[in-house]
Write a protein that binds this ligand. Structure first.
Ligand code: NAD
Ligand code: UDP
Ligand code: UDP
Length: 330
């Protein structure tokens, strides 16, 4: 079972699992995910889609649970912050309760955001982080931190077979064109000939991992020996400033776009780079795709999307009903 299976990472994971011959249940409430991401799988006898919100209990029989349900971009997770915390916390409780009942192995898609604005660089798993508990990013950061707590308490208390991976910034085809994350923003802006919006002075850094590398890591983590609980960092240690990323995107796409500077959002981490020694030693995992190579298929995806392909609605988030309004009308 893949919760959040119609989202960016979840849909790629469903693809790999179906290719491996697994029977896949994809659970998603389609908040930020889309049927377009999984349409090609709907005809497969191995694939089942269940529209469900993980903050409510779910009774199914499964052997493996990949818990990815949670909006990941700051614009989306701040859209309805209370729902974001509920998704991480109630969602984790329900999925862990399910894993406990059916004795399923369960993997949590945690995040580098548990490190907050890190004062240790690069970040090893032992670092406890520097998170503002009351800021605009807290619904996501603290929700994910609490989910990790729940995973380890179910492990200690009920011997649930857990795997916790801390995912660093990941990009690739099927990112939502309006989710506000930096890679999709810059590419869509450049393809439209709009100016690229660099927040702050653009000297803050991130390390970007291509989706195929991340999904390979996720599958390795899930099938690791049962003593391996994590948390383990997954990401590409190659670190870039946002100004460097903007220049790279402009170089690849060309056109008339310029770089413009906008205010830095509050609590925006200044630097981020994973220490992936544990993933290397424990699983033999490391990323293989450079940012230059990964940007090519990502740009090709958005180019097709903007030309009317891929079946995505191109409405900006502001035009979409809130989760609560959406639920009330369902
Ligand atoms: P995404 O927004 O594309 O996918 C999230 C999916 O979860 C969507 O399909 C959405 O509809 C679904 N969802 C949200 N709330 C739900 C709910 N209450 N019930 C059921 N489904 C719900 O984001 P993504 O980038 O694919 O991220 C997937 C997971 O990986 C998230 O948990 C995210 O926190 C984690 N992660 C991603 C990154 C990254 O850079 N992409 C980095 C760190 C962690
Ligand atoms: N749960 C679920 N599916 C299951 C089993 C449990 O959704 O197959 C939910 C249920 O709503 C419960 C939560 O998981 O509240 C936590 O379950 P647990 O057994 O840990 O606790 P309890 O049932 O005592 O609250
Ligand atoms: N960012 C930017 N321009 C944009 C969107 C984001 O300069 O149009 C910056 C943002 O301020 C942050 C970095 O890019 O410093 C990464 O942002 P993103 O939302 O992709 O991920 P996160 O902050 O969660 O790592």
């Amino acid at each position: 079972m893949v919760t959040g299976g119609a989202g960016f990472l979840g849909s790629h994971l469903c693809d790999r699992l179906v290719e491996q011959g697994r029977d896949v249940v994809c659970v998603d409430n389609l908040f930020t995910g889309s049927k377009a991401n999984i349409r090609h799988l709907l005809g497969s006898p191995r694939f089942e889609f269940l529209r469900h919100d993980v903050t409510f209990p779910l009774y199914v029989e499964v052997a493996r649970i990949f818990n990815l349900a949670c909006p990941a971009s700051p614009v989306h997770y701040q859209h309805d912050p209370v729902q974001t915390t509920k998704t991480s916390v109630h969602g984790a409780i329900n999925m862990l309760g399910l894993a406990k009942r059916v004795r399923a192995r369960i993997l949590q898609a945690s995040t580098s955001e548990v490190y907050g604005d890190p004062s240790v660089h690069p970040q090893p798993e032992e670092y406890w982080g520097n998170v503002n508990p009351i800021g605009v990013r807290s619904c996501y950061d603290e929700g994910k931190r609490c989910a990790e707590t729940l995973f380890f308490d179910y492990f200690r208390q009920d011997r649930v077979d857990i795997k916790v991976m801390r995912i660093f910034n990941t990009y690739g085809p099927r990112m939502h064109p309006h989710d506000g994350r930096v890679v999709s923003n810059f590419i869509v802006q450049a393809l439209r000939g709009d100016d690229l919006t660099v927040f702050g002075d653009g000297q803050q850094s991130r390390s970007f991992c291509y989706v195929d590398d991340m999904i390979r890591g996720m599958l390795l983590m899930m099938e690791s020996p049962s003593g391996v609980t994590g948390p383990i960092n997954f990401g590409n240690p190659a670190e870039f400033t946002m100004l460097e990323l903007a220049e790279k995107v402009l170089e690849k796409i060309g056109g008339r776009s310029k770089i413009v500077f906008k205010p830095l959002p509050s609590d925006d981490p200044r630097q981020r780079q994973p220490n992936i020694a544990k993933a290397r030693e424990t699983l033999g995992w490391e990323p293989a795709v450079t940012l230059d190579d990964g940007l090519e298929p990502t740009i090709a995806y958005f180019r097709e999307l903007l030309n009317g392909g891929a079946g995505f609605g191109l409405r900006p988030m502001e035009g979409q009903p809130s989760m609560r309004a959406k639920r009330a009308t369902e």
